[in-house]
Structure formats: structure tokens, C-alpha cells
Write a protein of this length. Structure first.
Length: 256
């Protein structure tokens, strides 16, 4: 037992000393980066998340596709707003009486589109004043994306888009959507980017996704993935699951 303990001690000492030599000899730019965690408090970090969420969720809505086969629940993100006063386009939002919105979602959320698409603008799902009918403007089953259009007198702030070209592993992300049912309208979950450019084989093609571990569930499809500043970086699309192998925490989003 004493011999065994000495061997472990020797290995540990050798490993520590080796690491020290490596750090001194190969002192690269990553090793030079220092994060002064003492400059931040947990309250400040929490406030940043709250502000980002408030900004992000203002552009998020729920989508229900009332198709012939059945009803599909999903989420969407408003990307553009046109202000109207009567039938005239106005630049001043305070002068507008009605708004036309364009929102992006997954194609698989609205692929059964044949009757109507309902958009819910608030968690008061029983209040018809927060409900609008949408039309399908553009779709791509290859990219699994769709653009829908709807009008409402309710003011919604379109999202700010952060083109996903400089994302890094471990960046904090927020997923917003309506999982499971409309009762869970605009649920927020937090995670980190596991891989910013994860290529997944789908049929005979490779599809690029943002892989992250923020919780998403059925109903989150088409909802937004946001950075810590509340900017849209992706559209939540799928999760990898295998109950037999207990696979969890692999969520996939189409990059913005």
C-alpha cells in the first residue's frame, strides 16, 4: 500500500512539474488571457441575464398551425415591422394605428399549412385581442425555415440579429419559446454553446447547426436562440435524444 501511494505521489508531482514547464515554454495568447472575476458580482451577472431576456422575449411569439392532419405548436421570432396609419406607411411608430409583422420560424412547424396559422402575441392566450391570423410568405424545406406575416394593433419590437460568425464555445445563450403547450408561453432556458459549427448528417447532406445545451422541447421549434446581449443568433430547431442511451443536453439551432 505504501509503495502504491508513493507511485501515485510521484506521478502527481511529475504531472504538476511538467505542466509548469510547458506553461513557461509555450506561453501562448490563450494562456495570457485573464478574466478578473472579482470585478463582477452574481447580482450584476443576473441583472445582465434579466435585461437580455426582456429584450429578446419582446420579439418572440407562439405559432399554431391548424392543418388538415392536425395541430402543430411552435414558436417564432419577429424580424421586421412595418408601421401603418390607416393604409399609409409611417416611419413614426407613435403615429401608427396598426402594424404588419414578419416572423421567422421552422418550416416543419407550418408545413401542414392548409387552413390557418394562428400567432399568439401574449401569454393571455384566451384573450383574442392578442391573437392574429398569419399567412405563409416564404418557405424552405431544405433549410427548414419559413417566413410568416401577420398584422396587429399591438406593438412588438423586432429582434436585433447578431450574425453568427464569431461564436465561441462556452458562450452563454438563452432559448425562448413555448414548449409543450401555450400554457408555457415564452419560457426561457439558459445554457452555453457546446459547438458553434456542428455539422450533422441528415440524409445525404451535412447541415450546420449551433450546438448548445439550453433546454428545448417540442413547441420550442422556430423560437429564438439569443446571446447574452439579447441578440438573435439562431433558430431553435431540434434536439438529439435517445431514451435508451440517456442522451440529454444536445440542442441544435440554425445559425442566424
Amino acid at each position: 500500500m505504501k509503495k502504491f501511494n508513493l507511485i501515485i505521489l510521484f506521478v502527481m508531482l511529475f504531472t504538476i512539474s511538467s505542466c509548469s514547464l510547458i506553461n513557461r515554454e509555450y506561453n501562448n495568447s490563450i494562456n495570457n488571457k485573464v478574466v478578473n472575476v472579482e470585478d463582477y458580482t452574481i447580482e450584476e451577472f443576473q441583472d445582465a441575464l434579466v435585461i437580455a431576456t426582456e429584450k429578446a422575449q419582446s420579439s418572440c411569439v407562439s405559432v399554431v398551425d391548424n392543418g388538415l392532419i392536425g395541430t402543430s405548436l411552435g414558436s417564432a421570432v419577429v424580424v421586421k415591422r412595418i408601421n401603418y396609419r390607416g393604409n399609409t406607411v409611417v416611419s413614426d411608430v407613435t403615429q401608427a394605428t396598426n402594424f404588419e409583422y414578419f416572423a421567422i420560424t421552422n418550416y416543419h412547424v407550418v408545413e401542414g399549412y392548409s387552413r390557418s396559422i394562428s400567432v399568439f402575441l401574449n401569454e393571455n392566450i384566451l384573450d383574442d385581442s392578442y391573437k392574429s391570423s398569419a399567412t405563409l410568405v416564404k418557405k424552405s424545406d431544405i433549410e427548414d425555415l419559413a417566413l410568416i406575416k401577420f398584422t396587429s394593433p399591438i406593438l412588438i419590437e423586432p429582434c436585433t440579429i447578431n450574425i453568427s460568425t464569431n461564436l465561441k464555445k462556452a458562450q452563454i445563450v438563452l432559448a425562448i419559446g413555448s414548449p409543450h403547450s401555450l400554457e408555457y408561453y415564452n419560457t426561457v432556458s439558459m445554457g452555453i454553446i457546446s459547438h458553434p459549427n456542428r455539422f450533422v448528417t441528415e440524409g445525404n447532406k451535412q447541415v450546420n447547426y449551433i450546438q448548445h445545451d439550453a433546454a428545448i422541447n417540442p413547441g420550442n421549434s422556430g423560437g429564438g436562440l439569443f446571446d447574452i446581449n439579447g441578440n438573435l443568433i439562431g433558430i431553435n430547431t431540434a434536439r438529439i435524444e435517445d431514451n435508451d442511451d440517456y442522451i440529454f443536453g444536445i440542442s441544435l439551432s440554425i445559425p442566424a
